[in-house]
Design a protein around this ligand. Structure first.
Ligand SMILES: CC(C)(COP(=O)(O)OP(=O)(O)OC[C@H]1O[C@@H](n2cnc3c(N)ncnc32)[C@H](O)[C@@H]1OP(=O)(O)O)[C@@H](O)C(=O)NCCC(=O)NCCS
Length: 147
């Protein structure tokens, strides 16, 4: 039987593990100090998913008034398609409901079919395109969901 999955706030001592996953998951990863400053910023919900005492996924979000924005979400390759990202986003939805947040938005690479399918499965809808959003010139699809 699979070990239990726990979702909890990200802390300083998670940063090395988060950054290792980040570098593996994204073509243009955030620097470690970016995550570090997000942990210290206000209006953030930053969570990790833990299995067997290891960080197997994370979500970094920012929120203000009634809007939340997903800055980052990733799951370790060996843990994908096991509901880890679903569990992270469920925790975001619960937080949003508790804090009067009505809309959640995010950007995703146009070519990132897996992530777009993941968000569609959570009822996010493609709203519009941001051309040349990423450093390599690729467009971002902005997706939004009502809470
Ligand atoms: C996108 C990502 C976070 C999904 O994480 P995950 O833990 O594997 O997702 P879940 O297991 O919770 O998936 C839930 C559902 O989303 C959909 N989904 C998830 N990954 C999918 C994929 N690769 N292809 C198609 N649908 C997918 C499915 O409906 C899935 O349910 P199912 O497995 O019962 O069919 C993960 O693939 C990842 O880390 N990718 C690299 C980083 C990235 O692109 N992040 C998003 C940037 S905007």
């Amino acid at each position: 039987m699979a070990a239990e999955l726990t979702i909890r706030p990200a802390r300083d001592h998670d940063l090395d593990a988060i950054h290792t996953l980040e570098v593996d998951a994204f073509p243009a990863p955030w620097r470690r100090d970016f995550f570090d400053s997000e942990l210290r910023a206000s209006g953030r919900l930053n969570l990790v998913a833990i299995r067997n005492r290891c960080v197997v996924g994370y979500v970094f979000t920012m929120w203000i008034f009634d809007e939340m924005h997903v800055n980052k979400i990733a799951v370790s390759r060996s843990e994908r398609r096991r509901g880890v990202a679903d569990a992270l986003m469920d925790a975001c939805f619960a937080f949003a409901r508790d804090h009067g947040i009505t809309t959640i938005s995010l950007e995703v690479r146009e070519s990132n079919r897996e992530a777009r399918d993941f968000y569609s499965h959570l009822d996010f809808e493609a709203s519009y395109l941001r051309p040349r959003y990423y450093p390599d010139g690729e467009a971002a699809v902005v997706m939004t969901r009502r809470v």
